[in-house]
Design a protein around this ligand. Sequence first.
Ligand code: IFM
Length: 526
Amino acid sequence: MRWALPVSLLGALLFGACGDDDDGAAESGLQFADRGPISGDAGRGSFSFGVATAATQIEDENPDTDWYLWTAPQPEGLGNGVFVGDASRGYTMAIDDVQLISDLALDVYRFSVEWSRIEPRRDEVSEAGLAHYDALIDALLDADIAPMITVHHFSSPVWVDDPRVATCAAPSDENLCGWAHPQGADEIVDELAEHARLLAERYGDRVDDWATVNEPVNYLLAAYGVGFFPPGRTLLIPNFPAFIDTVRNYLRAHVAMYEAIMEADTIDADGDGVAAHVGFTLNTIAWRPSRDNALSDRPEDLAAVDRITYAYHHLFVDSLVHGGFDADLDGVREESHPDWQGKLDWLGVQYYSRNGVSSEPPLIPVLDLMVCFGDFDLGSCVAPDDPTHWVPAMRYEYWEPGIYEILLDFAQRWPDLPMTVTESGLATENGRRRAEHVVRSLEQIHRAAEAGVDVRGYYHWSLYDNFEWAEGYEPRFGLYHVDFETYERTATEGADVLAEIARERRISDEQLQTYGGLGPMSPEEE
Ligand code: IFM
């Protein structure tokens, strides 16, 4: 690692394990740096604490999203999964909820703007929708919380790809036929870029941090690969080339949004000298070779890990760093896209689990492997019977060192790319377990920073319990518990501990002893 020694020293200075306070008395615990810009040299060595949500998962009163139609009971909707309904009432309670973030002493709030609220019908812009997010942004700034906007987080207006239409022949204003349709996708790329431009024009005087898309691989797999998310397309196995088209089209959309935001957001809201920092957020997993629900050392399983790491972690970012696309996933970018190159100021890293991979039985085309994904597990999960780290509501394993390992891998592969952990969370009903998750994740991120990785923040997922997509309301990710009868929000032990850490910019020795380390976590039920 060419940067390892000097940057390690810088990291140790900014993220020391101990130091002296103003009186010269020795301080203990793990120190975090002050907040700063998410990209650019000025932000190097800074660290921001934040929290993240997404519009569909928290907002009430929105029948115009594909998710509402997808989950609403028949005959009005399609009746898939649990009805999103009023989610956590995060639309009508948005301004009051800012106090919750303020009570956590956080620097940043990452939220998404619901596209269908701004453009419920194609080219029909809702002033009421725009004004809602104006008010939210103003309230955040009044509380000294920097807003970060995610433009596209798993949900679209129905007119982008109507889930009621199984085969969409030709795009129209009512139905653009989705990301796999050759002409429709071109129009969606343009529409999404126009939407991003509108947001940047409207909010750019107060917002500098932009994430174009959230977890592209997960989104496309769920919505276009296996059909768990609207519009419910299942291309992965029968038509892999068409699935890869959706990946290429989504990359094009990122680039078009990047350019639109850069052009439209010309005001430096926070005085760091940069008007817009544009990135996207990537889902990551600590992949492990695994067979018969145990770790495996077979070479063919190790090779399967390499293949999935490339497709899942590296493909999307490599395409933007190098300006090319590897459509057949053979490691060679046979398509040249020079206009994509460098269209990434920062990378959001999102980590939740360690998952198993084996070469058999091969299920996923081209990659030729099997992964452990909850109900799709055919014996390749790593530790399903280990209750100390198993997350029952999500059917995966939380493994603390994973985030450290991934940050180091990315820093070596993309040494000039600043990173922020834009999501980290645990589905648990146990507040102590959440506090353990917070402290242990931060310990690993701190370790990476000390090793010289340019990692600039930690945003917990999520502010309060919300709608977990196809999993409904059972998994609870909230720092605040939500009573779904009254919508009352109540701080968990996780919220208390994160607030103390963010306020002090330090994990104390006592917190390390109580919550930290690598051992068994508190049982899910106490
Ligand atoms: O709830 C999701 C979020 O929308 C995207 N990242 C993972 C979270 C937890 O599963």
